[in-house]
Design a protein around this ligand. Sequence first.
Ligand SMILES: [Zn+2]
Length: 373
Amino acid sequence: MPVITETAIRELAAFRSSGSPVVSCYLDVDGRRQVRPQDYEHRLDSMFRELGGASELAASRADLDVISTYVRSGFDRSGVRGLAMFSCVEQRFWQVLALPVPVSNHVAVNHAPAVEPLEQLVHELEPLGILLVDRQRARMFVFQFGELIERAELFEALPRDYDTRDEASRGAREREQHHTDALVAQHLRHSAEVAFRHFQDRGFAHLTVGGTDDVYAATVATLHPYLRERLTTRVPLGVGASDKEICAAALDIEHRLELEKEARLVGRLRDSIGTHSKGVAGLVDTIAAINDRRVATLLVSEGFVESGWRCPSCGSLARKGPSCPVDGAEMTHHDDVIHEIVDTALRTGCAVEVCVGNADLDVMGRIGALLRY
Ligand SMILES: [Zn+2]
């Protein structure tokens, strides 16, 4: 599947249809919350049903079919938490992007692909810098969206083994050794500079370095302070690692960083509830905060499902129905109101963290939110 980059988005956004409109469809397929494909297939169907009335709809029926068929085709879900699909059958235009983060369900019918949610994602997803280095080689990678999106290589050959025959005096050998050490040190400085240039281009949030103990220590010591503060666990790879090994190691590191981030956020939530400031926990209070648009970051335990209600007239969510507490309208019952909460959060620009195996959040009621105010 194509990599999401600024360029890819611009190319997508540049497509214009003069005839039949483009159908853009974002679908949350997050396996952490929706274990069975039927869960998101039903959501897709109901989204399409709700589209009714649009004048372009007749022309777009074929596009809805293409999207529906794709979603039901049993695409590879590993690492995929959201899908972005764009179809204009009439112009033979079809693009699907697999997203490593969940997206808010959304269908748009327009003369161009709706790419705003992708723009948001690109800024949200932090790339990982990977620097593999030895005494004369360095390879720099930027890993994002499950792929290596950038790479650079540096080779600074050391002189071949100096003559070690008996007539070489001890002094000469020491000078040669000294010279080699200086060249290696210079190479490691250059390697750190390569990493810094990539950082300036990409602004990765974390950097990992791989190398033997001595090379690792020397490289880390020469890193720019901006990079040193972004340094994460050492990657257990040498310069010769294959792309596959690098991607696997990068996913491991991202996974660990993710768990750390979740733990940090849950810790903040626990503290803010302890001090009664800018935090809520439990379903009822979280729903109230979502309705009030006070949520900055929503935290949900993986697999948490509860039923609830949504008001079709004002959009408010509620734990208990059937009358909307805001306007008294008759609300719609949802088997999974957590999904409605996550969807609203994503749509209104909140950060959403689905926490895996975080016992602290479970104790607080499996859902909570850090608030804006
Ligand atoms: Zn209402």
